[in-house]
Design a protein around this ligand. Sequence first.
Ligand code: ASP
Length: 313
Amino acid sequence: MTQPFAIAIHGGAGTILKTQMSDELKQEILDALSKSVQAGAAVLEAGGDALDATVAAVKVMEDSPHFNAGKGSVLTHDEMVEMDASVMHGAQQDAGAVAGVRHIKNPIALARDVMRDSDHVLLIGEGAEKFALEQGHDYTEQDYFFTERRYEQLQSMKEKGLFALSESKYPDDKKYGTVGAVALDKQGNLAAATSTGGVTNKKYGRVGDTAIIGAGTYAENNNVAVSTTGMGEYFIRKTVAGEVAARMRYLNEDVHTASETIIQGELKAMGGEGGLIAIDANGDVHFAMNSSGMYRASVGVDGTLTVKIYADE
Ligand code: ASP
């Protein structure tokens, strides 16, 4: 019998309003999500490792202008792009992460390299970029990441003195656009990967949950792999990804119960808007969100491709 494999991805959760989404934009986003999840599924189908599958899927979204990661990253107060990313492999619980990276096209590949080729877990800023160049990553000018849409969003945030997204000028203005993937490979490994530009108008080297193992990303073989999206300050304080794993490990909750308990329970009560994707050791996938939508897709153990946007789908 062939061993099962499965993968799920997200392109961010938040307020996604049907009234503000043109048919054309919706189709572009659905296409990008399909392309991403299929890139990951192809790695798994060929017998590849779960971590390589999640990195392949996340890279596709980093290269798309539609998501707040890589190419489509939001801008900081100083009109720069500063990206965070992390990966975790469930076998040995190896992990790698980067924060505040400005000139690397695919921060998720850099996080993987930190895991595989450094003695550390988390590298930041200039040091992370120095390591990246040693690893053969190209130096990418900030111009590559700049999009007119993100510039206008920043100006509107600055006028209002806000640092999170809150105005509805664009379909994803109230959406946290972080991207992530979780996968089960044919060898039974679980892995998770998450990448983000953070939140618009951030200052002072702010880092969110995406770079923090146990908050934005977590993977443990024979248990679960998790990737989150939402207002990072809350996800860090509730150690959301690690909490899902802990509930399953100690309370024997299934992936659905553990995920919903956290996202709809204490996190929501605290004011933490967002969601997560999780996959268990059988390849059972759960999408949890306490917002009106989350860009998401999966290829299940039965090979079925699912792509969705709104919470009520
Ligand atoms: N979690 C990310 C952060 O706080 C934002 C997002 O999900 O878009 O940096």
